[in-house]
Ligand binder design. Structure first.
Ligand code: 4NP
Length: 157
């Protein structure tokens, strides 16, 4: 089984959206993949995703209501094969906890799946508008399509 972790700052907007999208697609494609998400910060631990992200997800036929925020831990390097950071700040915070080269190699910026080597970040929508939440959805919808095709062709194992 391939295990994929989505990581942002609060684990209430971007990474739950990425998590929910990938879960939905893995189920639709009947793939043997475990998906989860976490935040590098602990502000929102135990909370459900932000209502605005839940609403955007729902409008796009994806449910994230059942997810609950948790903080990224060093054990996640052992529990997951691939760790996707939503932006460069999350990326750096994850890498700070890496102990081995194998840990480091698991971490990638999710938008590098769409824009190779450009190191773009998914913009933090927390202080944004409804359009910003939709933008998060669209970026992550496209990025998770690439993740699904890589799982199918064996590039991600
Ligand atoms: P996320 O968004 O990292 O996409 O979950 C944020 C959620 C909360 C905060 C910042 C970003 N916050 O500062 O509380």
């Amino acid at each position: 089984m391939t295990r994929i972790l989505m990581v942002c700052l609060g684990n209430i907007c971007r990474s739950p959206m990425a998590d929910g999208l990938l879960r939905r697609k893995v189920k639709e494609e009947n793939l043997n993949v475990f998906v989860d998400s976490a935040g590098t910060a602990n502000y929102h631990v135990g909370k459900r995703p932000d209502k605005r992200m839940c609403d955007t997800a729902k409008q796009n036929l994806t449910s994230i209501d059942e997810l609950r925020a948790r903080q990224f831990t060093v054990e996640d390097f052992n529990s997951f094969d691939k760790i996707y950071a939503m932006d460069e700040e999350n990326y750096k915070n994850i890498l700070r906890l890496a102990k081995t080269q194998s840990d480091t190699q698991k971490v990638e910026l999710i938008l590098n799946e769409l824009y190779l080597n450009e190191n773009r970040g998914v913009p933090d929508p927390y202080y944004g508008t409804e359009a910003d939440f939709q933008e998060v959805y669209t970026l992550l919808d496209h990025a998770t399509d690439v993740v699904i095709s890589k799982i199918k062709n064996g590039t991600i194992r």
